[in-house]
Design a protein around this ligand. Structure first.
Ligand code: ASP
Length: 343
């Protein structure tokens, strides 16, 4: 069988990678995608056919919104059969949220969707953009037995491919801007690409791609701090239309045992608001019941986010709320790993 040349679709959403400095104000803003390609003639040397599509108005990823996640998903959906892999150029600020969200939106994904970007614009002499982009394309084009090696949403930055929904942006200065503290990297880029096959997601190969386009944004994140007031808690929990809360707790899922904190949570849960416990720590897992300071949360029906990142927990919540899952099964489904986002 002759090996066909992989076809890769490059989706440009915005971000530093394609930005230029405004001469008058000195601020970085997104610019025309075609200029971006002119800056990387190396792309023509890659052994794959690359086509490109760009957001009409590229955005700084701090302006990211679920409607743009759907837009990215629709671009992938309408090109799914024409391409072997997808590379999404995206600002690094909210890249982990977007990579997590896309992992839930694209069910039964069997092709690589690789998010990447850079800390310095592609035109900068010291830019990290070229390596990130070129290797992302190579990873998206990687095949074994005529099938893509990566069959999930990944995030490539500074020589490492991570599972997208395991990542967090950890640094605004270093080229190594992301970490995946609870899951090993999928691929390491050195002289060769070292693929950690055991850690790759194995999708159900018989099921067709399903693109879930309903996301519910009626959620909140509450990050605990010593001294958090009951009034603050109440006011968030009484937000009109609120359907779910990500509670960022201490350590292994712990929080104050004071009743003025537990009681409003209990009431919210009894009203059908889903409360998910994730840890403020960058690594490790929630283990409700391990300490007295988490037993009460367990007792009132708080859902365990286990070792998922806040980014994954947020997008999973929006996704599952959009699925209109009955309240009595929501906890079980949330606590199940759907796209390898927790264990
Ligand atoms: N503010 C930029 C963005 O997220 C930062 C970056 O691209 O790295 O769009």
């Amino acid at each position: 069988m002759t090996k066909s040349i992989p076809r890769i679709l490059l989706i440009y959403t915005g971000g530093t990678i394609g930005m230029i400095k405004d001469v008058e104000t000195g601020v970085l803003r997104a610019f025309d995608f075609n200029n971006l390609l002119l800056k990387i003639p190396e792309l023509k040397l890659l052994d794959c056919n690359i086509e490109t599509v760009s957001f009409k108005v590229p955005i700084d990823s701090s302006n990211m919104e679920p409607k743009y996640w759907i837009k990215i998903a629709e671009i992938i959906e309408s090109n799914y059969h024409r391409f072997d892999g997808f590379v999404v150029l995206h600002g690094s600020d909210t890249m982990s949220y977007s990579a997590s969200a896309l992992s839930f939106i694209l069910e039964n994904l069997k092709k690589p969707v690789i998010f990447t970007g850079s800390q310095l614009p592609i035109g900068d002499l010291r830019t990290d953009a070229k390596e990130n982009l070129i290797t992302s394309i190579q990873i998206a084009a990687l095949q074994r037995y005529n099938k893509p090696v990566v069959r999930e949403v990944g995030l490539y930055f500074e020589y490492k491919l991570y599972r997208g929904n395991r990542t967090t942006k950890i640094n605004a200065e270093h080229f190594q801007a992301f970490a995946s503290l609870n899951y090993p990297e999928l691929i390491e880029s050195g002289v060769h690409l070292k693929v950690n096959f055991d850690y790759l997601f194995k999708p159900n190969s018989r099921k067709p791609l399903i693109v879930h386009k309903r996301l519910d944004k009626n959620i909140a994140i509450i990050k605990l701090f010593p001294g958090i007031s009951n009034i603050l808690l109440q006011s968030i929990l009484n937000t009109k239309g609120l359907k779910g809360v990500i509670l960022e707790t201490y350590g292994a899922g712990n929080c104050t045992t004071e009743n003025e904190f537990i009681a409003p949570l209990k009431e919210a849960i009894s009203k059908g608001i889903h409360v998910i416990n994730v840890t403020q720590c960058s690594g490790g897992s929630v283990a409700m019941g391990q300490y007295e300071t988490s037993s009460k949360l367990k007792k009132i029906g708080v859902i365990s986010g286990k070792n998922s990142t806040t980014e994954a927990a947020v997008s999973k919540l929006m996704y599952l709320l959009g699925q209109k899952i009955p309240t009595n099964t929501f906890k079980t489904i949330y606590e199940t790993s759907l796209r390898g986002e927790m264990n």
